[in-house]
Design a protein. Structure first.
Length: 98
């Protein structure tokens, strides 16, 4: 019996990825010429950031803790219909005064 979830191509971030840093992500997915976004999912919803044509993205400096990242075709809610690749699991330090 197949699983009731859809598998997407893997998405990876460099080991030194951290909030505020511009990094190049890697994924093998067939894409069109449309604008792609990285949806960083943490807390109550996604924070979407445009992905450049060379697959670089600046990780929002406000992210902390456990974050899941997905490549999408929209700057908004993440659903199977708009997901291109991912998720990638990211873990960022919390500020000591949080």
């Amino acid at each position: 019996m197949p699983l009731p979830v859809k598998a997407f191509p893997a998405l990876s971030f460099p080991a030194d990825a951290k909030p505020g840093k511009t990094v190049q992500v890697s994924f093998n997915a067939t894409t069109t010429s449309e604008q792609l976004y990285v949806a960083f999912i943490a807390g109550l919803g996604p924070t979407c950031v445009p992905l450049s044509s060379d697959h670089t993205v600046t990780i929002p400096s406000t992210l902390e803790g456990v974050v899941f990242a997905m490549i999408t075709t929209v700057d908004g809610p993440v659903t199977d219909n708009v997901t291109i690749a991912g998720p990638a699991f990211l873990s960022f330090d919390f500020k000591s005064d949080a």
